[in-house]
Design a protein around this ligand. Structure first.
Ligand SMILES: [Zn+2]
Ligand SMILES: [Zn+2]
Length: 168
């Protein structure tokens, strides 16, 4: 995800457009389906630069109820502070300030892989359902209740029905 835009960024305009259409950068720890697409605009803001735009990608998540892997489309707005500093400079990461701008230079090129990776990872939902009315799995026998009811629920009801019958 490299862009030859250093001239535009440091020139009088102080900004550049970066269309994004690439495989999801490695290191997210997640499975993705297809490419990440979007548009990131870099613009000078004081000493640093502001990266603004949007990203679209589809992450594959296990359902929080039935654990079936399902695609979850994400559309994210982003607004992050970035700096024209070398990514591999050791001092680039020495600042402990969490709001420290992310370095984006690799040699003479702007590399947005790390920015995109971070934005994606931070915005993946912690919980997701394969469908809104997913029935989940039976906690006792592990049956996928979307495929049909198991016998456990019936057995549970039995003693209560028996008690009711006694009352009657
Ligand atoms: Zn489910
Ligand atoms: Zn069951």
């Amino acid at each position: 995800m490299k862009y030859r835009i250093l001239g535009q960024l440091t020139g009088p305009q102080g900004r550049a457009e970066c269309p994004v259409e690439a495989p999801v950068p490695p290191g997210t720890g997640l499975e993705w389906s297809g490419l990440v697409r979007g548009e990131i605009r870099l613009e000078k803001a004081g000493e640093e630069y502001l990266a603004r735009g949007y990203l679209q990608a589809t992450v594959l998540l296990p359902c929080s109820r039935c654990t079936v892997t399902h695609p979850v489309p994400l559309r994210l707005e982003l607004e992050e502070s970035v700096a024209l500093r070398q990514i591999d400079e050791p001092q680039a990461y020495e600042e402990t300030d969490e709001a420290a701008p992310l370095p984006i230079l690799v040699g003479e090129a702007v590399d947005l892989s790390e920015l995109v990776r971070q934005i994606l990872v931070l915005n993946v939902p912690a919980r997701s359902l394969c469908r809104p009315d997913c029935h989940g799995i039976c906690p006792q026998c592990g049956q996928d209740l979307n495929q049909g009811q198991c016998d456990c629920a019936i057995k549970e009801v039995d003693p209560r029905l028996a008690a009711l019958r006694e009352l009657l």
